[in-house]
Design a protein around this ligand. Structure first.
Ligand code: 6PG
Length: 243
């Protein structure tokens, strides 16, 4: 695991864009489709806006999501809508390369459909080239919330989870499970802002608590984990964390 500290949210977006481009070029040069699972929330929006202006071989890039709120794709809380506004509407990418989670469906049906699509696409293991993740104030990531049964899921790659208590939005979710995320080649957490400092320091403690936070369950089995954080979020990190 590696932690890189950058100045602010704009340099976070630029550093993340550099990683995205490098990973995409590596996959494409190896004649592999580049597969990326995008994060929802607000932090990655500026990254997606940057990527929209970078010439990439989008015809060989497949976009997935780490999670989705169970709302229609044009709903203000839809992760897909945020991505469509900041990226998808501004690039030429084949429709079949966009693997949207059908948030408009009943949660269990949406989860099953997404899992089937992943299994049809990846086969034995969901080996995403890159998964982008955020960190919630309660230590959640994607829609893996503290004390959720989804944290202990060992076989399914996608589950539906109820979500009726904060953090908002209070909508059922469809989320990748830890076992699906940990199969990735490269996992990058994007964490910005002073509001995340305390939780980030807790998550990056050398020894997770007896009851690990969801974000502490993200440990790639055969891949790399990078925490890309800005200085306001890193204020409580020990100096040995940098670099
Ligand atoms: C979601 C995300 C969620 C998000 C964190 C951080 O659907 O909301 O998957 O895990 O990444 O809550 O959100 P911010 O980037 O808005 O702080």
């Amino acid at each position: 695991m590696k932690t890189v500290i950058v100045t602010d949210v704009n340099s976070l977006a630029r550093a993340a864009a550099d990683i995205f481009v490098a990973q995409a070029q590596e996959a494409l040069q190896a004649n592999r489709r580049f597969t990326v699972a995008l994060s929802g929330g607000s932090t990655p929006r500026s990254l997606y806006q940057l990527l929209a202006d970078i010439p990439l071989a989008w015809e060989n890039i497949h976009i997935f999501w780490g999670d989705e709120r169970c709302v229609p794709p044009d709903h203000a809380d839809s992760n897909y809508r945020m991505t469509a506004e900041s990226l998808l509407s501004r690039i030429r990418i084949p429709t079949e390369n966009i693997h949207r989670i059908a948030g408009e469906l009943p949660p269990d049906e949406a989860a099953l459909r997404y899992e089937n699509e992943l299994r049809q696409f990846f086969g034995d293991a969901p080996r995403f080239d890159l998964i982008l993740l955020g960190l919630g104030d309660d230590g959640h990531t994607v829609s893996l919330f503290p004390d959720s049964p989804a944290l202990h899921e060992r076989t399914r790659w996608v589950v539906a989870v109820p979500h009726a208590t904060p953090p908002p939005p209070l909508a059922p979710r469809v989320t990748l499970t830890p076992v699906a995320i940990n199969a990735a080649r490269q996992i990058v957490f994007l964490v910005s802002g002073a509001g995340k400092a305390e939780r980030l320091a807790e998550v990056l403690q050398p020894r997770p608590a007896a009851q690990p936070l969801p974000a502490q369950l993200i440990q790639p089995v055969n891949g790399d984990l990078l925490w890309l954080v800005d200085k306001p979020a890193a204020t409580l990190l020990s100096t040995d964390k940098a670099g």
